[in-house]
Design a protein around this ligand. Structure first.
Ligand SMILES: NC(=O)c1ccc[n+]([C@@H]2O[C@H](COP(=O)([O-])OP(=O)(O)OC[C@H]3O[C@@H](n4cnc5c(N)ncnc54)[C@H](O)[C@@H]3O)[C@@H](O)[C@H]2O)c1
Length: 339
């Protein structure tokens, strides 16, 4: 029997997940929840984002469309609740779904605050269903390949790693919730957390973080630069900004300098620049991180296993790290990580 999914939130990410599930033979989207009736009627023309394609018209006659929360939690034909709602709703919805006996796939960031993340972890520990947090960068082919190359040790130790993620102002979101710090945590928790999570995944916990940001004094945080303290022999930094004009293209990139080669992810793909020999493009798996993460989660659910690639505790640590970075911006000093 296919895994039956109910998607909650039919915006940029809801549509992205829907498109991935539509290509999976072992999954059926059986229900969609949203408060926007036009989208539930199949008019997806308003759905856009900073990556991938915009929305078109869809025939949803075979899918149960719901505008009341209870319709999803009470439905015995739903195995997995996939939460692609605004961030401030993640914890409340995930906990209800876990209590209703569902598996939960929740978009990143896990929740708006680390204390909400903790409540989700506690709910998941008591629940029959499993909790998965969709940190797609762990599954993004170029990032996953870079991690495998670094961990192989073939090119020696890492000296430095620099991550960047830049975007135009995110104006697509429902009633502009992304621009509301209380709902999204703005750029640091929404955009930058992708690299924070990958840095923790690749290098483990840093001793402390030191961050500077723009916009903070006006109650916003539109651009952040952080240095992660891994001691004197490894420099790790990440920069994320979303204050650029509409004409500015979305980009994500990294450079990882090792003893015998440098890896760089840039618009033309993942490149390896060896200390000896020629530069070459590294082949990676086809598809994107959304597809690989959702296939992985559905595989875990079929076997009733937690993911070894991203646990709820990992995702909560990423939120905690961003909170420490915001604290560092406020205090203008290094902040130790207490996990
Ligand atoms: N993994 C990624 O690359 C990535 C990219 C973008 C967003 N996200 C995350 O995905 C989540 C959703 O972001 P998005 O860009 O899809 O947002 P969005 O605004 O495009 O979509 C949110 C959807 O939720 C619905 N909604 C909003 N408030 C609601 C409410 N109170 N009750 C019911 N429905 C409501 C809206 O109608 C909309 O369809 C966020 O947590 C965001 O951080 C992840």
């Amino acid at each position: 029997m296919p895994t039956r999914v109910g998607i909650m939130g039919l915006g940029f990410m809801g549509k992205t997940h829907f498109d991935v599930y539509s290509r999976m033979k072992n999954v059926r989207v059986v229900a969609i929840f949203d408060t926007d009736i036009r989208k539930l009627r199949g008019n997806w023309s308003s759905i856009t984002g900073n990556i991938g394609e915009g929305g078109v018209k869809h025939d949803l006659s075979a899918i149960r469309t719901c505008s009341r929360l209870g319709q999803i939690f009470d439905d015995p034909d739903i195995d997995v609740v996939d939460i692609t709602l605004p961030t401030h709703l993640h914890a409340k919805i995930a906990i209800r779904a876990l209590k209703a006996g569902k598996h939960v796939i929740c978009e990143k960031p896990m929740a708006r605050t680390s204390s909400e993340c903790q409540k989700m972890i506690e709910a998941a520990r008591k629940a029959k269903g499993k909790l998965f947090v969709a940190h797609c960068i762990r599954f993004w082919p170029e990032y996953a390949k870079a991690k495998a190359i670094v961990r192989s040790g073939k090119y020696g130790k890492v000296f430095s790693a620099v991550f960047t993620r830049l975007s135009s102002v995110p104006i697509w979101s429902h009633q502009n919730w992304m621009q509301d710090p209380k709902k999204s945590g703005t750029c640091a928790l929404d955009l930058h957390i992708h690299d924070v999570d990958f840095i923790l995944h690749l290098f483990g916990k840093p001793k402390s973080v030191t961050s500077r940001a723009s916009g903070f004094r006006k109650g916003r945080l539109d651009h952040i630069v952080t240095t992660y303290d891994y001691g004197d022999n490894l420099l790790v930094t990440a920069e994320a900004g979303w204050e650029y004009p509409d004409t500015f293209p979305f980009s994500m990139a990294f450079r990882i300098a090792m003893e015998k080669a440098t890896l760089a992810f840039q618009p033309d793909g993942l490149m390896l620049y060896p200390a000896r020999g020629k530069a070459r493009k590294i082949r990676v798996k086809s598809g994107d991180g959304y597809e690989h993460e959702l296939r992985h989660f559905v595989g875990c659910i079929a076997k009733n296993l937690l993911s070894e690639l991203i646990t709820p505790e990992d995702a909560a640590r990423s939120v905690k790290t961003v909170e420490a970075e915001i604290e560092s911006v406020k205090s203008r000093s290094a902040v130790k990580l207490d996990f």
